[in-house]
Design a protein around this ligand. Structure first.
Ligand code: PLP
Length: 398
């Protein structure tokens, strides 16, 4: 019954989800307050103004506009509001036609990959990476090519990148700020990636699309700026989502930006709109599109300080206990070095202390674990003795 193409997806079904289910099971046995689940990137900081926006939109918009069919790219006025907001923040010159509303970043990535990939085309990713990319690329019979991790900094290894770009490379996916490491690629890093790609485009005479997956764009701490890639490399597509920045992952809303500077941008824009339809999304959900517009107009944002406070507490405690980790400047993840080679063993040990996190092999980077600190500050405080005990078990502290 199940297709051959589907079977590998089922085999690799997410370890993150498995850990989340385990957390729920443990909470039922030991009590919720005694289980410290850091497995899932589910934002925990509510944004009550989103609910106000929903009420306002419901009372302001006509029923048929709000719930009817629309252009497959989304409401024009919503797309223009997004374009204006980007232009104001990043000095770009987009109009509504450059913006395509999507069913979250997951859908945006599928839309762009469906639009550009031919069977056998290669897509470069940098380990550690969000492994759902594997499935998305495989959907269109593409091939993922992985650049090995620089475990000191978790910045892209440029020499390996240059060596692995080939005439078959159709796209490169970056994720900034990064899941699972929390690092933020600087302007210099983006410029360096762009220079390598431009050189290869000229050499091969074919275009290479940079896909910047940015669901964590607004989650950057200490005033760090996340560069906007279209300013550094013409063949760039930005894939954005409100899942994390407005804490609404269940609403499934995001957008793609396809700039005029891209090669054949008009054709690509048309292809992407059609891809959105034939993939079955048809258009992004209508109510939440209008809600996003309202939120932009009213400067609604998540309380970034809440995540930063979590990061500071957990990071300083883990350093004190002898763990090692590149300091995360963004997103709500820490990628911590396992004290033993097999990080799955480390996860099992932590589980005995009721602490749950995800093995780095789930992000193509064994030897590390991802800790998602999008949990309450109190949970982090309560979990610290358990982290201390785990460190003690591995002799990291006296
Ligand atoms: N890309 C990355 C790096 C993610 O971490 C996630 C979700 O966790 C997604 C894409 C998918 O986001 P969305 O909920 O908008 O589909």
């Amino acid at each position: 019954m199940v297709s051959e193409k589907m079977k590998p997806f089922m085999k690799n079904n997410s370890a993150i989800r498995a850990m989340f289910e385990e957390g729920k099971r443990m909470a039922a046995v030991y009590g919720k307050e005694n289980v410290y689940d850091f497995s899932l990137g589910n934002p925990n900081v509510p944004v009550p103004a989103v609910n106000e926006a929903i009420r306002a939109v419901l009372s302001e918009e006509s029923f048929n506009v709000l719930h009817g069919y629309m252009s497959n790219a989304g409401f024009e006025d919503v797309r223009q509001t997004i374009a204006d907001s980007l232009n104001q923040r990043f000095g770009t010159a987009f109009s509504q036609k450059n913006v395509l509303m999507t069913v979250g970043a997951a859908s945006g990535l599928n839309v762009i990959l469906k639009s550009i990939l031919n069977p056998g085309d290669e897509v470069i990713v940098f380990a550690p990476y969000f492994v759902e990319y594997d499935g998305y690329v495989r959907n269109y019979d593409g091939k993922v090519v992985v650049i090995s991790p620089d475990t000191e900094t978790f910045m892209p290894k440029l020499a390996e990148f240059e060596a692995k770009l080939s005439p078959k490379t159709k796209a490169v996916i970056i994720n900034n700020p990064n899941n699972p490491t929390g690092v933020v690629y600087s302007e210099d890093t983006i410029r360096a990636l762009a220079a390598v790609m431009e050189k290869k485009q000229n050499e091969y005479g074919s275009s290479i699309t940079l896909i910047s997956d940015e669901p964590y764009r607004e989650l950057a701490y200490g005033g760090i700026r996340v560069p906007f890639v279209t300013k550094y490399y013409a063949n760039s597509v930005v894939c954005y989502s409100y899942s994390k920045s407005l804490s609404v992952p269940g609403e499934r809303i995001g957008y793609l930006v396809i700039p005029d500077e891209m090669e054949e941008s008009e054709t690509l824009l048309s292809a992407a709109v059609i891809a959105n339809r034939v993939l079955g999304c048809v258009n992004a959900p209508s109510l939440i599109q209008k809600v996003i517009q309202y939120c932009i107009r009213h400067d609604v944002t998540v309380d970034l300080a809440a995540y930063e406070k979590n990061r500071n507490l957990l990071y300083s405690a883990l350093m004190e206990y002898g763990f090692s980790c590149a300091k995360p400047d963004g997103a709500f993840y820490m990628f911590v070095k396992s004290p033993v080679e097999d990080e799955k063993e480390f996860c099992e040990t932590a589980k005995k202390h009721h602490v749950l996190f995800v093995p780095g092999s789930s992000f193509a980077c064994p030897g590390y674990v991802r800790i998602a600190y999008c949990v309450s500050y109190e949970q982090i405080e309560r979990s610290l003795p358990a982290f201390r005990e785990i460190a003690g078990e591995y002799g990291l502290i006296g």
